[in-house]
Design a protein around this ligand. Structure first.
Ligand SMILES: [Ca+2]
Ligand SMILES: [Ca+2]
Length: 288
């Protein structure tokens, strides 16, 4: 009898240990999840998302300045989910005692800031502890991480759904002579609220619409064939690279590989920016 009681006590004690071990493991896992969630939410709070690194084919055969096409590796990075808004830029100007660039009367506080020079965009990025994205990073993220990607709506029958804010039927009703994408109506003549349209595969909004975006690179009319790992462009130049499409753009602008450029001191009501940040998280190499 004593032996049976002792065995029972031993069984009860060991099951307690097992339960506490399971609880401990659970706690350990939830602590890990919490850490991961906190790491992500920190950047979520900062308006950024982690984009895993990978390879993609940069450039196209459509225009000379998009060549040579080559396979490029981009390291994982954080990128602003949306373009920098009027409200965000206004706070920067207030805090750093800068003059707020004049905004068109149609540009609201939650819309992307426009009329900012490259220097102002770069200063904002630095003030937030971020930087402007390179054009290679921009094109990689805009292409959704796939090779040989063209703007999904180009020549497609999918116009008429709300994908991006570009020059559309809404604009034609106000500026009837303007080149627009016929049959497509996104509902906005000018800028739309940042992040209103659906995000791409990486969770990033408005890359191919709303406002054009300053990149960090100096512009050169061709790529360096050997520059295939996190290319940053030439070390000097006259113009800065611009990427994307905008509320007043259609046609060739609606390709992720399309490049244009401006002098860094110009201001336009269709030109804004977003910020990037180096990431130290592990990189997923989706090599194809
Ligand atoms: Ca539009
Ligand atoms: Ca944009």
């Amino acid at each position: 009898m004593k032996t049976i009681i002792l065995i029972l006590i031993a069984l009860i004690l060991s099951s307690c240990n097992l339960v506490s071990l399971i609880d401990f493991k659970k706690n350990e896992q939830s602590e890990e999840n919490k850490d991961q969630n906190m790491a992500m939410s920190r950047y979520e709070e900062d308006g950024m998302l982690y984009v895993p690194g990978g390879f993609f084919i940069m450039g196209s055969k459509k225009r000379k300045n998009e060549q040579p096409m080559r396979r490029v590796y981009i390291e994982g990075l954080y990128l602003d989910k949306t373009e920098v808004t009027v409200a965000q830029f206004r706070e920067f100007c207030r805090e750093t005692k800068r003059k707020m660039p004049e905004q068109p009367e149609w540009n609201e506080e939650n819309h992307p800031v426009v009329n900012v020079t490259w220097e102002e965009a770069n200063a904002y990025a630095r003030w937030t502890g971020k930087r402007l994205p390179t054009e290679a990073e921009w094109e990689y993220v805009a292409s959704g991480g796939s090779d040989d990607y063209e703007y999904v709506y180009q020549n497609s029958q999918q116009y008429g759904k709300n994908y991006e804010n570009i020059a559309d039927e809404s604009m034609r009703r106000v500026k009837y002579h303007f080149p627009v994408v016929s049959g497509y109506d996104d509902g906005y003549v000018y800028t739309s609220p940042a992040g209103l349209f659906a995000p791409n595969k990486f969770g990033i909004h408005d890359l191919n619409g709303n406002v054009l975006e300053w990149c960090s690179d100096w512009y050169e009319d061709k790529y360096k064939a050997e520059d295939v790992k996190n290319p940053k462009g030439p070390s000097e130049g006259r113009y800065r690279v611009i990427r994307g499409a905008s509320w007043n753009r259609s046609g060739s602008y609606m390709r992720t590989s399309y490049r244009t450029f401006y002098n860094s001191t110009v201001r336009f009501d269709f030109l804004g920016f977003r910020c990037a940040k180096d990431a130290s998280l592990p990189i997923t190499q989706n090599s194809n």
